[in-house]
Design a protein around this ligand. Structure first.
Ligand code: ZN
Length: 133
């Protein structure tokens, strides 16, 4: 999946929720998009640290009780990324987990690329080789 497209999904999600994307408020974003009770801590009937569940129109991110706050934040971002991939018709691909991880990083405010960057495109730069001046 295209990195810029995933970053666009993250930016669009924050804009839709009326939140500042530069703040990286993933739990607030999840509650704004999925509902005020979108994140719950639960015991583990599920595999892994967290799961995205659906009951009719109600989506819930269930996170394991044992997670540290930092782990919980990562888990919420990852599960919210899966929800966004579903909403954008991008779920179900072979690299969905990789896309969810990258989208989660973008939601957390750590995108790799920068919009409006003044950096030249890669094909205009001379490739650097070790030993060349
Ligand atoms: Zn996943």
């Amino acid at each position: 999946m295209d990195i810029a497209a995933l970053e666009g999904i993250a930016a669009h999600a924050y804009a839709t929720a009326g939140l500042d994307a530069t703040k990286g408020h993933v739990p607030r974003l999840a509650r704004a998009l999925l509902g005020p009770c979108a994140i719950v801590r639960g015991s583990r009937p599920f595999v892994g640290p967290a799961a995205l569940t659906r009951d009719g129109d109600v989506w819930t991110i269930v996170i394991a009780r044992a997670l540290t706050p930092a782990q919980a934040l990562d888990a919420v971002a990852h599960e919210l990324a899966h929800w966004l991939l579903i909403r954008h018709g991008l779920a179900g691909s072979d690299n969905e987990e990789q896309a969810a991880d990258y989208l989660a990083a973008a939601l957390l405010g750590a995108p790799i690329t920068r919009r409006g960057s003044s950096c030249p495109p890669p094909n205009s730069a001379k490739a650097a080789r070790p030993g060349e001046p």
